[in-house]
Design a protein around this ligand. Structure first.
Ligand code: GBH
Length: 543
């Protein structure tokens, strides 16, 4: 195992990219009008008032006699850009999300993550609040550009130290960290340098970053994810490519090619990082590494051959493109080859395949929601044959209604049309993953927004019965999957620890199991948090 000093030396000897040295920090940030929070020092937490821990009335009862295994992992999740704030503090460099927020009109209300929940300074209080509710696991991500402001080269020691401190504090308080290396906030310096994940140089830069984090936190953190939802990140690359400066290389690619190259480089980056991880920590112990998948659970709207083909195609592009090389055979699905074979899609070399196959210790699914799928109007064959078709290459249409004109499930917020309360789809999705991949499954994120929650008073927002109903329904399916269908579901992580910056829809949508009052930065436990606590207390054996 290489010591940290080795990695630091190696990196210090490299040319910093794009900019000559850290005194160019201001250049990195030019044109971003970054806001600062009133609180810019780590705050020692006040004790949680006992009144805040009084459970709400009218909780659904836990009646059935099933159990979850004693090593079942339950926790709450967040990601760096969505909660940390301190965007320009202590040497952090910008990421593509600072750029999207500050330099485009793509974010609702022009919200930014500049301050967010100010978790960077309030992490001790946030930890105490999890401890008070007995949460055993906290899943969060590292801001790459906080550790490496230029994406590679010089390490920002204050940023790295922050994560060491936070991990130590969690562990001292009996909460086990689950660390995601990369939750979409790609360093802007690398984006400028070579167009980001569309370029193969992104692969080794990710692996170098991963190695720094493994060295710094590996003696303390045992559960790791490389990427959050590469499916979504590669979509963002398409967005970024449309707004990019002309001189960067990805500008020459069509959006579909951007996506194709991004997916390919994801596989190589993930697998090489996992290789480093396993060299350091071995396998068959309690160290685990995987990545988190985003796709809807789907089923054909009707039994027609066209709808069935549409559902299969949806899964080939949203799931198989990412999962099949890793969990099956190092190969992309047939439908992906047919669409992209003449566009420069590369096959993995035998050596690459060896790295990629089996490069994840379990299947992590962010199983928020499911939808019926139908073929596009005009027929599926016409779509497949026509690259200009708006539905190409999937040629699948996700719809909201099932038989009898029923909605597929209860509505969430207006700004999250993809999300409805669909527990049956959830169960089918897990079953489908199990049948296809025969591997342990972790529900790495689920949660919901609520219709018009942003308009409610704090007191009303805290009483989030629709969110309780959502978790209640999904968790009953988890019980069935584990007890009746014998599916190895090993964990369930709720999104999110508290309300936060919801990407393109900013702060107008709330996903938290705690309410955040952004004026005061006070947090309030919602009813759903008590529900989750009580559920796992009740069902995890010997908890
Ligand atoms: C998670 O992704 C993210 O990991 C998390 O950061 C986020 O806060 C959370 O969801 C809640 O949204 O707009 O119709 O094109 C969930 C998977 C995939 C769901 C992309 C939304 C966009 C659908 N997401 N999808 S659409």
């Amino acid at each position: 195992m290489k010591p940290l000093s080795y990695v630091l030396g190696l990196l210090a000897s490299q040319q910093p990219v794009g900019y000559q040295n850290l005194s160019d920090f201001e250049k990195l940030w030019s044109g971003y009008d970054v806001k600062t929070a009133p609180v810019t020092k780590v705050v020692e937490p006040a004790p949680i008032p006992t009144s805040q821990l009084i459970p709400p009335p009218n909780m659904p009862p836990f009646e059935n006699p099933l159990t979850l295994p004693s090593d079942f992992v339950w926790g709450v999740a967040s990601s760096a850009y969505q909660i940390e704030g301190a965007a320009k503090d202590e040497g952090r460099g910008p990421s593509i999300w600072d750029t999207l927020a500050h330099k485009t009109d793509l974010i609702k209300n022009h919200d930014t993550g500049d301050v967010a929940c100010n978790h960077y300074y309030l992490y001790k209080e946030d930890t105490q609040r999890l401890k008070a509710m007995g949460v055993p696991y906290y899943s969060f991500s590292i801001s790459w550009s906080r550790v490496l402001p230029y994406g590679k080269g010089k390490i920002n020691k204050a940023g790295l130290q922050h994560y060491i401190d936070e991990v130590d504090y969690l562990l001292e308080n009996g909460i086990e960290p689950i660390v995601t290396l990369f939750h979409w906030d790609y360093p802007q310096a690398l984006q400028d340098l070579y167009g980001g994940f569309v370029d193969e140089r992104a692969v080794n830069d990710f692996v170098d970053y991963a190695e720094i984090m493994f060295e710094a936190l590996g003696s303390k953190v045992k559960k790791w994810y490389t990427f959050n939802e590469p499916q979504v990140f590669c979509m963002h690359m398409k967005v970024v490519s449309k707004t990019a400066r002309k001189e960067i290389p990805m500008f020459g690619n069509t959006p579909d090619e951007v996506y194709m190259k991004c997916v390919h480089n994801f596989h190589l980056a993930h697998a090489k990082a996992v290789e480093v991880f396993r060299e350091k920590f071995g396998r068959d112990n309690d160290y685990t590494i995987s990545y988190k998948n985003a796709f809807a659970s789907v089923r054909p709207l009707t039994e027609s051959a066209e709808d069935r083909q549409a559902a299969e195609r949806y899964l080939a592009f949203a799931q198989g493109w990412f999962t099949d090389p890793i969990y099956l055979n190092g190969e992309y699905p047939e439908a992906v080859w047919e669409a992209f074979g003449d566009k420069g899609l590369r096959e993995f070399t035998e050596e690459e395949k060896k790295l990629i196959i089996d490069s994840a210790d379990h299947f992590a699914w962010d199983g928020y929601s499911g939808q019926p799928v139908k073929a596009p109007d005009g027929g599926i064959a016409a779509c497949i044959a026509n690259e200009k078709h708006p539905r190409w290459p999937e040629c699948a249409v996700l719809v909201d209604q099932v038989e009898g004109d029923w909605m597929r499930g209860a509505k969430s917020s207006d700004d999250t049309p993809w999300l409805r309360n669909t527990p049956q789809f959830f169960r089918e999705g897990v079953m489908q993953i199990w049948k296809k991949f025969k591997t342990d499954i972790v529900i790495a994120e689920v949660g919901t927004s609520i219709y018009n929650e942003q308009k409610l008073s704090i007191a009303d927002a805290r009483y989030d019965s629709d969110r309780v109903e959502y978790y209640h329904a999904y968790l009953r399916e988890v019980l069935k999957l584990v007890n009746e269908y014998n599916v190895p579901v090993k964990g369930f992580v709720a999104w999110s620890i508290y309300d936060n910056f919801e990407w393109f829809v900013g702060y107008d949508v709330r996903f938290g199991i705690q309410y955040v009052d952004y004026e005061t930065q006070k947090r309030y436990f919602k009813k759903s948090f008590f529900y989750l606590r009580d559920f796992f207390n009740h069902y995890i054996a010997n908890y």
